[in-house]
Design a protein around this ligand. Structure first.
Ligand SMILES: [Zn+2]
Length: 342
């Protein structure tokens, strides 16, 4: 795997172990890690629920927070809730925190989802979004501003179909890794599809069909090694950090420059508060996981994607939706200016 750029780097096991140890037994809950000083760390036993072969299986098959499903456009329009209102309801009523993400479903396919998931047409598949990727998307977005590398988004919105099918948006997003020292790495180019762009009744349906033609190199890697946990498998589309970063840039461009609020109003991605970013960085830099199956004396490892995801849901449970995943200009400033230094 190629090296991460400085902006995306986390402390190593060795670096974390040189910090001051705090006994977690006295803390009680994961969310307390938010109160750690930068030079403190703790160790937890592996807390990914049992019954999954590995953490990737948990991320694929673990319980998810389901946003409300709608049977018809009429029903969604009548209710008139924006995605962030639906997230608020779903996040605040979620029971516990052992989740692998949240999911949305295109309008009118719930019955089909139950009946024959594998036969769904491409745009009828469930969309799954991990809070991890919401954080990493916000990080790439902030990086693009703070490094000056930029994210380019070019919406195609002129056709008549944009009211009914949404816009297509060409995206060009910087990579988190370097290829060789000092290089910019490979930028990701793809097209976002079914992007809510103009104010219409159909925006409620368009937002649930959000998709793209993007595939990550990580996905090709997985296929080569015969994993089935690839990005688009059996009836589910996993949204990745690159897609979320591009969408944040679209919001910035449309709302900031063109006074068009629709991409923000109908955004399906949870946008973290600065406080959630601070906590996420502490999960990466001030926490180690005890793994008795490891060789050697240390038996400590960094939290993986599942550990981070569960930790983020624990933060939601403790502080609720608005303090964790509802970015407020007055409290947090611009997402592009967020502090990502731990
Ligand atoms: Zn990606």
């Amino acid at each position: 795997m190629s090296q991460k750029k400085q902006f995306f780097r986390e402390a190593s096991v060795g670096e974390i172990r040189r910090k001051k140890f705090v006994d977690f037994k006295e803390l009680g809950e994961l969310a307390v890690i938010a109160s750690f000083e930068p030079d403190e760390y703790t160790v937890l036993p592996d807390y990914v629920p049992r019954g999954y072969e590995n953490y990737k299986k948990f991320m694929k098959h673990g319980p998810e927070v389901r946003l409300p499903r709608f049977f018809s456009l009429e029903q969604a329009v009548k209710q008139g809730n924006t995605p962030v209102q639906l997230r608020e309801q779903a996040f605040n009523s979620a029971d516990g925190f052992n989740f692998c993400g949240y999911s949305i479903l295109p309008i009118g396919v719930e019955e089909k989802e139950k009946a024959r998931e594998s036969e769904l047409r491409i745009d009828e598949r469930k969309r799954k979004i991990a809070l991890n990727d919401c954080l990493e998307g916000a990080r790439i977005f902030a990086y693009s501003y703070q490094s000056g590398t930029g994210i380019k988004v070019r919406p195609y919105k002129d056709s008549k179909r944009v009211r009914i099918d949404g816009a297509e948006v060409l995206c060009d997003v910087p990579s988190r890794s370097m290829r060789g020292k000092g290089t910019e790495g490979m930028r990701k180019k793809f097209k976002l599809l079914s992007v809510p762009f103009v104010d219409s009744r159909e925006k409620y349906a368009i937002a649930f069909n959000i998709g793209s033609d993007h595939s990550c190199p990580a996905k090709r890697f997985n296929i080569r090694y015969c994993y089935t946990d690839d990005k688009e498998s059996s009836g589910v589309v996993n949204i990745c950090a690159h897609e979320i970063a591009a969408y944040l840039q679209l919001i910035q461009q449309e709302f900031g420059d063109n006074k068009n609020i629709i991409p923000l109003q109908m955004c399906q991605f949870a946008i973290p508060a600065q406080e959630t970013v601070d906590y996420y960085l502490k999960i990466g830099n001030n926490l180690l996981i005890r793994d008795k199956s490891m060789k050697g004396d240390v038996k400590l490892k960094k939290p993986n994607k599942a550990h981070k995801e569960i930790a983020l849901w624990a933060f939601v449970e403790a502080l609720k939706h608005d303090k964790t995943f509802y970015s407020r200009q007055s409290r947090d400033g611009n997402v592009s200016d967020y502090n990502w230094q731990s």
